[in-house]
Design a protein. Structure first.
Length: 159
């Protein structure tokens, strides 16, 4: 890090602000710094938990689909409607089938870890989805009643 705040840094800050739904002026003001400080490091237990969830929920999906599942977790962390930590989002009662049926406890693959790192670093192919479900096997009327933002593989993503 050079401490130099030039056009490349300003552009990166602007992209981060847009991705986070902040006013995209390229200035790292209080709202931007607060959001940056909430970003989790892509290592350790946080990474492991997210990789395990992705593996349990989306191991048969494309890489994009796996990143999308991780992005839903991150979107929930940043939403006022959900807990503000990755671990609390993952373990919130009744939210993820992989937690309820034990698939969370299977060993994640290198691809699951790679997808988790992408999601932790802000990649969001869902454009802000807070939920997803597989319409072929889902039984929740509530899930199916939500407008679908997009479909990636076997999952419909919603807000």
């Amino acid at each position: 890090m050079t401490g130099y705040y030039g056009s490349i840094t300003k552009g990166a800050v602007r992209e981060f602000q847009q991705a986070q739904g902040l006013s995209a002026d390229g200035v790292a003001g209080p709202a931007t710094l607060n959001r940056l400080n909430k970003k989790a490091k892509a290592e350790g237990e946080t990474l492991r938990q997210l990789a395990k969830l992705i593996h349990g929920e989306a191991r048969g999906e494309s890489f994009e689909g796996q990143v999308a599942v991780g992005a839903v977790v991150m979107n929930r962390v940043h939403s006022n409607a959900f807990p503000s930590s990755i671990s609390k989002v993952i373990f919130q009662k009744g939210q993820f089938t992989a937690i309820d049926d034990g698939q969370f406890n299977t060993k994640p693959t290198a691809t699951s870890y790679k997808a988790a790192r992408k999601a932790l670093n802000g990649v969001d192919p869902t454009n802000g989805a807070l939920y997803y479900y597989n319409p072929k096997i889902a039984t929740s009327v509530w899930s199916k009643s939500r407008p679908t933002l997009l479909t990636i593989g076997q999952h419909d993503f919603t807000r």
